[in-house]
Design a protein around this ligand. Structure first.
Ligand code: PGA
Length: 271
């Protein structure tokens, strides 16, 4: 992650047209026992050398410590899939941001639509979690997205604007992931034109809020796979991808990494 995403001073290490490397984050969701998780992480580690994007794996919390060991010394970083807003305390079953950091995570996904739906997470809850994550030294990846009905009613921009306004704290310098809910796990993706329009909309909203927003990476998520990644990652303002299902297959996940816009070596080979 960059210094800006950590909530500290920007180090300016990015490359590529936008000045920022694209970020490919794998969201394993509630999948992965120790053996299979180690095998995927090991294969990703092997294939990650020379990739021109940043790679993050967000496994179940139970796998953070073993995967931190398996990925030590590699450029692949780890993230959690959620954290509590408090630093510690009587919250049975929850996990605090400092615990994720202590287990080797550098990132955390917050406000995923599955958590909003299944756990009733509100924008204000997401807001509090972002503050907790940043305080613990984690870079937040905050998910926003509209339902199919909201898009059909022409309300998608209003929904996203509301999620950004209420979910992101002042001075937010993390990552935003645009994930239309109807595209998650369905095999359907938003059209490239719709992705471009929504990413431009999110960029304008972020930039209007504060200077850091002009540089924040905006990921697309929702049925990203090896076959469609190159087109999606070439869309203006797409700063990477949040990948669910395909991140459980190391070869598919790495292929998405190779589809990044900055992967000039691969692009040259495409002729
Ligand atoms: P998917 O999931 O790639 O399986 O659609 C994306 C996500 O939920 O982050």
């Amino acid at each position: 992650m960059t210094g800006r995403e950590r909530g500290t001073v920007q180090t300016g290490q990015g490359t590529g047209e936008s000045g920022m490397r694209q970020l490919i984050a794998g969201n394993w969701k509630m999948n992965g026992l120790a053996g299979a998780g180690a095998a995927i992480a090991g294969a990703v580690r092997q294939g990650a050398a020379g990739l021109a994007c940043d790679l993050v794996i967000c496994p179940p919390a139970t796998l953070l410590i073993p995967l931190a060991q398996a990925l030590a010394g590699s450029p692949v970083e780890l993230g959690g899939q959620d954290c509590h807003a408090a630093q510690s305390g009587a919250h049975t079953g929850d996990i605090a941001a400092p615990m994720l950091r202590d287990a080797g995570a550098r990132w955390v996904i917050l406000g995923h639509s599955e958590r909003r739906a299944a756990h009733g997470e509100s924008d204000s809850a997401v807001h509090a979690k972002v503050l907790a994550a940043v305080a613990a030294g984690l870079a937040p990846i905050v998910c926003v997205g509209e339902s199919e009905a909201e898009r059909a009613a022409g309300r998608h921009e209003a929904v996203i604007a509301g999620q950004l306004a209420a979910g992101l704290p002042e001075g937010f310098a993390g990552v935003v992931a645009y994930e239309p809910i109807w595209a998650i796990g369905t095999g359907r993706t938003a059209s490239l034109a719709d992705i471009a329009a929504m990413h431009a909309f999110i960029r304008a909203r972020l930039a209007a809020r504060h200077a850091a927003g002009a540089a924040a990476r905006i990921l697309y998520g929702g049925s990203v796979k090896a076959e469609n990644a190159r087109d999606i990652l070439a869309v203006p303002e797409v700063g990477g991808a949040l990948v669910g299902g395909a991140s459980l297959d190391a070869a598919a996940f790495l292929a998405i990494g190779h589809a990044c816009a900055q992967d000039t070596c691969i692009q040259a080979n495409r002729g």
